[in-house]
Structures are given as structure tokens and as C-alpha cells.
Design a protein around this ligand. Structure first.
Ligand code: FAD
Length: 472
């Protein structure tokens, strides 16, 4: 006799828990099934511990600038890596607590175990059969590790284990310089480690604009050795792990493999569903509703591989639960794409990336942050912002950047792009002086020059067009 539920959610990560909360607005008849640890990837081994480490690293890296600015004693500061890692874990435990409590609060509506589909509406977990009207797959992803590298043993770590390291050795190898590799590589370099980083492509931090990428590499290259377009072999040497790119082998104490992630779909038995799977076993689904063909099954979060970021996983959880319970509802639009990398300078992309720009009709406005006044005062003057503008109507459609306070500039840009603002519309916004945001204004002004626009009036809205922003 199968247990019957209205909706079963597979995975208690960000997507699964957000789907749970959305579903609970309509029904209490929800079952959460999680295989693996609770607490979410973001809080447990992702966004949160990485940023906790990065905060310490960025703060410590300021000591030379402080010394130059007249503050004594800073060059005597020392890093105790074991205590830094312990500090990161204390914060990490605070962040995971809420997610763990939420899953526990479900009582019998939460099952720990690996589910498999018997058919589209029947699951089996821990020997129990469950009939669900709808199922949401939100099982996340896991780091990719080449099989041959496993021979290195504990000296090879991924983001899943790095925050568990009690006292990391100071010679560090990083293979793969996407957002995770570049953030953690720089953090360990700033904390005084000798970091040797390798990446296959020519760009890092998920940037695609060559000039912006070069401006970030220029800063990172002062802190660690970086080899791009490298194919690296990893093996055990007599004094550590050897990273060999065919040129100069490097021996390090441990290696962070940050080569990307793969969806957790193994063991779900998706082949029983009778729908088309690709060569990796991934099912086809509607990217708008996240529904698998016409089955009562939805897919949400990183496992979908659509937009593997925390806020997107949450949105996909919401979308999947909403459509699962309202299959005929009008589809919900996605927010403007936004990706932030927490290096110093920060990096990121918003809206249309350089690699996706149309071949013609786009105007680029550049902002050089190596001379930006407020950044200069803080000793953080570095980087470049490229703004992509539709030449036909002046609308800002995207940007890539490596700048101080990138996380804030990227939000301003994302909100403006989603509102459909033009270069002129953005220039009519207030820019306080002296701020890093003035660097964004410089890029907007450069874009306007490139658009060959001459304005008769100053950068202020006309009275008749101004919105009455004050209450009353
Ligand atoms: C080092 C690192 C740093 C990051 N930094 C950021 C950042 O700064 N900003 C940002 O937006 N994003 C960041 N991310 C990405 C972010 O963490 C993910 O986008 C987000 O956690 C995805 O949530 P999810 O619910 O899809 O997956 P998860 O949180 O991984 O949830 C999946 C759940 O499913 C469970 N599970 C696995 N297999 C099964 C199965 N077969 N059956 C049932 N349950 C299963 C897992 O145990 C887990 O509980 C980072 C990721 C990493 C690794």
C-alpha cells in the first residue's frame, strides 16, 4: 500500500526548500525527500563558507595599503590558517542551522533516503512506496573530479571538503578558474599561501569579455601564478602533489579541483519515465515551466543546469511548485541574469554577456577603474567596466566588469536593465560624490559619446517627465 501525497520534493537544498515554502502556501500535503547532508549546498559548502573565508582574506590583504597610508603595526599581522578555517566553520554552522531546522520541522513529512522513480507518480525510498500527484526534482549538483586524480587521495579536495580542512598546507594548487576556483584561489593567496592556478580556457571568473578578463588577470597575477589555456596532469610526488602542464611541474601540498559540477540524477531511475534523455541521462524539460514534457514532474535548481546560482535555484523552486500546483497558469518570467564573483576587484556579468552579443548594432561604453577617484582613496583602484548598449534605442542590455564594489554596481545595472532603462535614463539618476558609482557614470557617458548623441539639455529629467517620488 503506497503512501499518498499531493506533492513530493526530492532534495532539501535551496530549490527544494523554496519549492516547499511555495507549495505550503497552497497545501500542507507536501513530502520532502533528501539524500545526503542537510543544510543546503549554499550554506554548507558554497556561497556562505566561501564568502566567510574571502572576507578574512580581503581584510588581511589590506595591511600593506594601511602601512603605506600611515597605519603602523599592520605588516606584523599574521595568519593562523587553522583558526581562520575554524572561524569559517563557526559561521557556516550558523548559516546551515535554519535550513536544517526547516527540514526537521516537517516531522514525518521529511524522509532521509535516496528515492527512485517506479513510474511518473510512484517513488520508492527506503523500501517505502509513495504515490505523489506531482514530483519536483531538486537534487542539485556535485563537483566533477577526473577518475585518474582520485589516486592523489586526501590531498585532492573540492569545494565539498575544502572548508573541512583543519590546517591547510601553504603550497596550494588550483585547477579550474571559474567563479569558485578564482574566489578560493585568491583568498588563499591573500592569506599568504603560495598559489599555483591553472585553467583550460583563456578567461577566468566566467567572464567572456577579453579586455575585462585581462584587467582581472592583471591583478590576480600579482598575487598568484596563473597559467591559462593549460591542460594539467595531477599525480603524487615525493614531497606533495605534482601539477604538470607540460612546462614547469609545480609541487604543492594540496590541490583544489574546481572543474565544474554535474547534476545529481544517478539512481533516480529517470529511464522508467519513458521520456527522451540526453547522453548524460538528463531529461528534456520546458525551460519556462520547468516541466518534464507532459509528465507531472518538474525540475528545479542547479540540477536543471539552467542558471546554477543561489537566487536562481530559489526562483526555480518557486516556479516549479507554482506550476506543479497550477499547471494551467500563465508562465512566470525570469529575472535579468546576474552573476557575481567575490574577488578583489570583484567581477561579474549582467544581462547579455559579451559572448552572446549580436554581431552588430551594439555600442560599448568603457569605465576605467584604475584611476577612479574613490577607489584610489581606498587603494582599490583597478579593473574595467564594459557596458553593452543597443545602438538603435540606447537601451543598456548588459555589462561585464572587474571593479571595486562590483557586487553593488552589478545590482544597479541589473535593476536598470530589467526596468528597460536607456543610457540617458540611467544618467538622469543621482550619482553621489565621491563614490565608486561615479565610475559607472563614466562608462554611461562613454556609451553616449559612442552613440554619437548630443543632448541639448543637461542630464536631468524634464519636469513633465519626472515621476513625483515624494509622498504627498
Ligand atoms: C563553493 C561554491 C560557492 C558558491 N557561491 C555562490 C554565490 O556566492 N552565490 C550564488 O548565488 N551561488 C553560489 N554557489 C551556487 C549555489 O550554492 C547553488 O546555486 C545552490 O546551492 C543550488 O541549490 P540547489 O537547491 O539547486 O542544490 P543543493 O543546495 O545542492 O540541494 C540539493 C539537495 O539534494 C540532495 N540530493 C542529492 N541527490 C539526491 C537524490 N538522489 N535524492 C534526493 N536528494 C538528493 C542534496 O543532499 C541536497 O540537500 C556556490 C556554489 C559553490 C559550490
Amino acid at each position: 500500500m503506497a503512501r499518498r501525497v499531493r506533492i513530493a520534493i526530492l532534495g532539501a537544498g535551496t530549490a527544494g526548500l523554496t519549492a516547499l515554502k511555495e507549495a505550503q502556501r497552497h497545501t500542507e500535503d507536501v513530502l520532502l525527500i533528501n539524500d545526503g547532508p542537510y543544510g543546503t549546498t549554499c550554506a554548507r559548502v558554497g556561497c556562505m563558507p566561501s564568502k566567510a573565508l574571502i572576507e578574512v582574506a580581503h581584510a588581511f590583504a589590506r595591511r600593506d595599503w594601511l602601512a603605506g597610508a600611515g597605519v603602523g603595526g599592520t605588516t606584523g599581522l599574521e595568519v593562523d590558517l587553522a583558526r581562520v578555517m575554524a572561524h569559517v566553520r563557526v559561521l557556516r554552522d550558523r548559516f546551515t542551522a535554519g535550513a536544517i531546522r526547516l527540514a526537521q520541522s516537517l516531522g514525518e513529512r521529511s524522509i532521509h533516503g535516496r528515492p527512485r522513480f517506479l513510474d511518473a507518480q510512484t517513488l520508492e525510498v527506503n523500501g517505502e512506496r509513495i504515490h505523489a500527484d506531482v514530483v519536483i526534482i531538486a537534487t542539485g549538483t556535485r563537483p566533477i573530479v577526473p577518475e585518474a586524480w582520485r589516486a592523489v587521495g586526501e590531498r585532492l579536495v573540492t569545494s565539498d571538503d575544502v572548508f573541512e580542512m583543519v590546517s591547510p598546507g601553504r603550497r596550494v594548487g588550483v585547477v579550474g578558474l571559474g567563479p569558485i576556483g578564482v574566489e578560493l584561489g585568491q583568498a588563499f593567496a591573500q592569506l599568504g599561501c603560495e598559489v599555483h592556478a591553472f585553467t583550460q580556457g583563456s578567461t577566468v571568473a566566467a567572464l567572456s569579455d577579453p579586455a575585462v578578463n585581462a584587467s582581472l588577470l592583471e591583478v590576480l597575477g600579482r598575487q598568484m601564478s596563473i597559467t591559462t589555456e593549460a591542460t594539467v596532469a595531477v599525480h603524487t610526488g615525493h614531497d606533495g602533489v605534482v601539477l604538470d602542464d607540460g612546462n614547469q611541474p609545480q609541487t604543492v601540498d594540496w590541490v583544489l579541483a574546481s572543474l565544474g559540477r554535474r547534476p545529481n540524477i544517478d539512481g533516480l531511475c529517470l529511464e522508467t519515465l519513458g521520456i527522451e534523455l540526453d547522453e548524460r541521462g538528463m531529461p528534456a524539460f520546458d525551460p519556462a515551466t520547468l516541466r518534464l514534457r507532459d509528465l507531472p514532474i518538474y525540475i528545479a535548481g542547479d540540477v536543471s543546469e539552467l542558471r546554477p546560482l543561489m537566487h536562481e535555484a530559489a526562483d526555480e523552486g518557486r516556479i516549479a511548485a507554482y506550476h506543479a500546483l497550477h499547471p494551467e497558469a500563465e508562465c512566470l518570467a525570469r529575472r535579468v541574469p546576474l552573476g557575481i564573483v567575490f574577488t578583489e576587484p570583484g567581477a561579474g556579468r549582467v544581462g547579455v554577456s559579451y559572448r552572446d552579443l549580436p554581431a552588430s548594432g551594439v555600442v560599448v561604453g568603457a569605465g576605467d577603474f584604475s584611476r577612479q577617484a574613490r577607489a584610489l582613496m581606498a587603494g582599490r583602484n583597478a579593473g574595467l567596466l564594459h557596458l553593452y548598449v543597443n545602438g538603435a534605442d540606447g537601451r543598456v542590455i548588459g555589462a561585464e566588469l572587474a571593479t571595486p564594489d562590483a557586487e553593488h554596481l552589478l545590482h544597479l545595472l541589473a535593476w536598470s536593465i530589467q526596468q528597460g532603462l536607456t543610457v540617458d535614463g540611467m544618467l538622469q539618476m543621482p550619482f553621489y560624490h565621491p563614490t565608486v558609482e561615479e565610475g559607472l557614470r563614466g562608462a554611461l557617458q562613454a556609451a553616449r559619446r559612442a552613440l554619437s548623441e548630443r543632448r541639448e539639455q543637461p542630464d536631468l529629467p524634464l519636469c513633465r517627465a519626472a515621476i513625483d517620488w515624494a509622498l504627498g
